[in-house]
Design a protein around this ligand. Sequence first.
Ligand SMILES: Cc1cc2nc3c(=O)[nH]c(=O)nc-3n(C[C@H](O)[C@H](O)[C@H](O)COP(=O)(O)O)c2cc1C
Length: 276
Amino acid sequence: MIDFPIEETIRKRSSIRTYQSKALKNEIKTQLLDITARTENPFNTKIKLQMICKTAGPENEKLGTYGVIKGAVDYVTAAVPNSQEALLALGYILEIFVLKAAHLGLGTCWLGGTFNRGSFAKAVHREENEIIPIVSPVGHPAEKQGISDRLIRTFAKSAKRNPFESMFFHKDFSTPLTKEEAGLYEFPLEMVRLAPSASNKQPWRIVKNGRQWDFYKKRSYGDKMGYDIEDVDLGIAVCHFHLALQDKGLQGRFIKKEIVNKREADLHYIITWESV
Ligand SMILES: Cc1cc2nc3c(=O)[nH]c(=O)nc-3n(C[C@H](O)[C@H](O)[C@H](O)COP(=O)(O)O)c2cc1C
């Protein structure tokens, strides 16, 4: 069961890159992992999050984050197969962790990249076919964020989001959806709009077709990273949508339709929410 206020938590979360060097208490780690273990995701893949501590391990391993993260002691990650369903499920479940952490006053920051080699890989339990697509620090934010944080935020325009009408559509991609047409669904769509995404690209697109809300991924990254990081972004967006629906008592189910989108080559169908 989700035990934090959805809108308030989604609005208050932002990426934190500078931390106090203070380890999390075990009971906090347990709370964070418990809520993710209890939460189902609509992508038919179970995700087991792992927490690692920078000071743990045989040789006090230094966990590399390319210098972006300062001061963090605890990290969360998961080893998953390199499949679309697993990356979507990872986005969904890790976002539950991130939001619960934000509710507890803790900072996080999604970090994409492949952490299969080096210190993270050594600290994580991983099967041969699995990759480590994401890690995030989790901890007490420092009072002042560092210069690299401010630079990244400015570069990625982190505080901004695309307008509603540019991401949500009615029947096809040529007709923007107005907030009036969205009706009760304006809230879940707004919660999607506020989601974090890699380089703040916001690759989610949603098309309303009667009772159905079709989610698409607008690809811009390609396969540069060895896995599709935008699938993780879509998992996060579906998580925000689903939490907001539950919050408002809007009933329905996720289905997968047979959609082959030939006309819009950079748009990839992901999943549909069908209301009852
Ligand atoms: C899947 C994913 C990967 C990300 N990778 C990085 C990263 O490697 N380095 C980084 O500094 N921020 C990373 N971010 C954070 C984004 O830049 C950030 O979410 C976005 O700019 C919006 O800012 P906000 O999270 O403060 O709302 C990532 C976010 C997501 C969702």
